[in-house]
Design a binder for this molecule. Structure first.
Ligand SMILES: N[C@@H](CCC(=O)N[C@@H](CSS)C(=O)NCC(=O)O)C(=O)O
Ligand code: FE2
Length: 248
């Protein structure tokens, strides 16, 4: 393990002992699309935010009730191509819940996000970082003390989102990650929207050092991304149109 992840683990353990920091339920995983959903809450005010919820796991995500949380916002990091979001269905079940997605995604939602917007829950907030390249409307969400960033499909653990559909651009993705994410503190924990190998968390320092795609030059990166040759997501034709309207 490199130094930055050890520092991050120590920092995380200290945070767990301090009730004034947000609680995150890290392991809400949807196995068909290998998607991570993240629930963040202020333990004192009970206000909460849900990131990238999936339709198939909407019943599991009712745990917000069990935890006595007041879910304010359900946010998508982008218009997903591989699964349908549950934000629209969830709004029908939870009075007062608002959906959010980037303005540049072209999707409809209650809140259309732009660079530097804040999503507040209790005493905490996430700052919106526009990180286009996988899609034009991709955002990453940074917690106020820069200890955690939720990167959607922009930066995956030892990988990144593909750039061969949905306005994908390897050049834009390279710039987004280098300018917006790799400039964060080394020990900032990186939580991606997917992992296909069972990994759950990384750090900015680790990815800056070891990411096999993004440590390369821009030209090499573009070449890698143009030759990924991976099949399209099985559900792309139903997911994209559905996600343009919050999945309903
Ligand atoms: N097999 C999956 C789709 C896998 C895939 O294409 N994942 C995307 C993120 S979801 S849009 C991706 O960007 N992958 C990058 C990579 O390097 O794997 C399915 O059929 O759903
Ligand atoms: Fe995606």
């Amino acid at each position: 393990l490199c130094e930055s992840i050890l520092r991050a683990i120590r920092r995380y353990m200290r945070r767990k002992e301090n009730v004034s920091v947000p609680v995150v339920d890290f392991y809400l995983f949807e196995s068909e699309s290998s998607t991570y959903t993240y629930l963040l809450a202020d333990p004192e005010t009970k206000e909460a935010v849900l990131i990238d919820p999936v339709l198939e796991t909407i019943d599991r995500d009712q745990l917000v009730h069990e935890l006595g949380l007041n879910l304010k916002v359900a946010v998508n990091t982008h218009c997903h191509a591989d699964h349908i979001t549950s934000t629209g269905m969830m709004k029908k079940r939870l009075v007062g819940l608002k959906s959010a997605i980037s303005k540049l995604s072209g999707a409809t939602a209650d809140i259309l996000l732009s660079e530097n917007d804040k999503i507040t829950f209790g005493r905490h907030f996430l700052t919106v970082l526009e990180t286009p390249g996988h899609t034009d409307g991709c955002v990453s969400l940074l917690i106020e003390d820069k200890s955690m960033v939720f990167t959607g499909d922009a930066l995956l653990i030892r990988g990144c989102g593909r750039t061969d559909f949905q306005q994908g651009s390897p050049e834009k993705l390279y710039e987004s990650v280098h300018q917006k994410i790799f400039t964060l503190p080394d020990e900032c924990l990186v939580y991606p929207a997917h992992d296909y190998l069972g990994r759950t968390v990384s750090t900015v320092g680790e990815e800056r050092k070891f990411n096999p795609r993004l440590t390369k030059s821009m030209d090499e990166f573009v070449n890698i991304m143009k030759n990924l040759n991976i099949p399209k997501p099985k559900k792309i034709d139903i997911s994209v149109p559905a996600n343009l309207v919050c999945g309903v």
